[in-house]
Ligand binder design. Sequence first.
Ligand code: FES
Length: 97
Amino acid sequence: MQVKDIEPADEITTIEGLPATVGKDLHPMQQAWLDHDVSQCGYCQPGQIMAAVAKVKQAHAEGREITDADLDELRNICRCGTYSRIREAMKAGAEDM
Ligand code: FES
């Protein structure tokens, strides 16, 4: 979905609102990010986490778990090069979603 496709009645979840979607202090994906010490400068991390959650939800909606092919589809840029930790955290976070 692109921003231009958002309708007035659509609900938007931000990184700050993500924990409320699971009724906890942290969403499982946020906890996985901490457990895997993913962040360096942190600039890209909210977008990385939101993309990871969306990708896992997409896979679950299709009745399956995420695969390496799903991880390869993520196009968020991290100038610090945290990609290997992102992949590990995403797999771990997906297990608790
Ligand atoms: Fe620095 Fe991703 S953690 S840009």
